[in-house]
Design a protein. Sequence first.
Length: 277
Amino acid sequence: MVASQRVPQPDTQQVARRETCQCVRARPAVQQRCRCPEQTDPTGLSRQRIRRQVALTRSLENPSLAISLASLGDGGHAGVVARDLTWDAVCDAAKHLNLRAREQALEVVATRKRSILFVTEGLWVGDKWTDVFEAVRRRPHVGRGWRELQSVQEASSRIGRFLRERPDLGAHAAVTGTPDSGLEAFRTAGSVTIVSAETQQRVAVPVEVVEPLDGMLGAVHAAGEPGWFSPEPVRDDLRAILVRAAASDRAAVEAALAEVDYACSEGSGVAVIPPSS
């Protein structure tokens, strides 16, 4: 009679623990279903997936860093982080050009513009009334391939030429107003008076801020006969004056500009009254 031998049964709990702990290395296909405490957080998301999402968020927030998600392997560690040298060059050019732009109350900024189909990066210079953009590169929303439109050096050179020449402050065509002798009573010494026909409000602009541009303006003059004008040329002249106005004079020019803007919206005229001699 042969004695029966008992075959030891494996500890199922121990096997399960070993299987769970080694599931990522032994069975990669099970990785998404893994619930091992070492690989998941309390929400049930795998740590590798969380690291991928964090890397993607950081790359979108900081365009100067390009993180390749393909470099995130099973270990979940980010690969080599490469700097976006073109964007860095655009930012450096904006800082350099700002030294000259701020002297003219303008600002140069490295800008990203988004349209329905494309993302465009480049240099922008302007203020409330000046808007100049030099595009450097463009890419579609879907995809990472940039297409160069011009070099950073070329865009910087164009912005620099704009700051030197200021074509937005070029000579305006002469504007003919309607003389009105009844406005003579509103002449004041040392100020060009702007009167809105809609509100009947009078704003005095110091003649000192008008005289340097007197030969370049179309409607606002430091001398001559008073008269009524369409609001648009007066608005353009005041914008040009505001760019070069000193800080102490900007409030008066802005107040006059507000009256003229309202006249533009209502389609009413504006009186320009040079100072008394």
